[in-house]
Design a protein around this ligand. Sequence first.
Ligand code: SF4
Ligand code: SF4
Length: 160
Amino acid sequence: MYIVCIVDLCNSFTVSSSRFSQWIFREVKWILFVIDGACKHSGNCCKSIQISYDFFPIKTINRFNAICNHDSNMTRFIPNVKNDAIDFFDCRCLTSDNYCSSYQSRPKFCVQYPRNILFSDAQLYEGCGYYLKQVIYLPFFSSSSLKKKIMCFKFNNHLS
Ligand code: SF4
Ligand code: SF4
């Protein structure tokens, strides 16, 4: 932990590589936080959602169709279009009591939620039964940009 923070400090005073500081931020999240709780079946991670595929959000019907052509697992999603762009997706597999009817074969990003908030830009959904817990704190000498990123991350995931 101390070593990662020292490396980050050196980076911020020398090359200031944003890719490197982004990588450090993700590494630090794994050390500082754990995810606790359990699913309470709000269904919020399956309704009106944004979907990224190969690291980019799916915004057009053409791209969505192309993805579905080579990955039939994605055909479960229903795009909702607004002003010629995909606004959000719903999922055919969500039951009326907010269970997944295709749990064993759900897509990778469904499997990864909520752990993915620690290694991507994803956030906990409103009303989610899982929550973020801080187990370690940043050392006092950490860079101000790292401190700011951690503060925003906590705020965005309802941990004040
Ligand atoms: S596949 Fe299951 S877990 Fe994934 S969005 Fe649909 S209902 Fe939710
Ligand atoms: S948002 Fe959280 S509580 Fe709601 S269905 Fe998804 S995992 Fe469960």
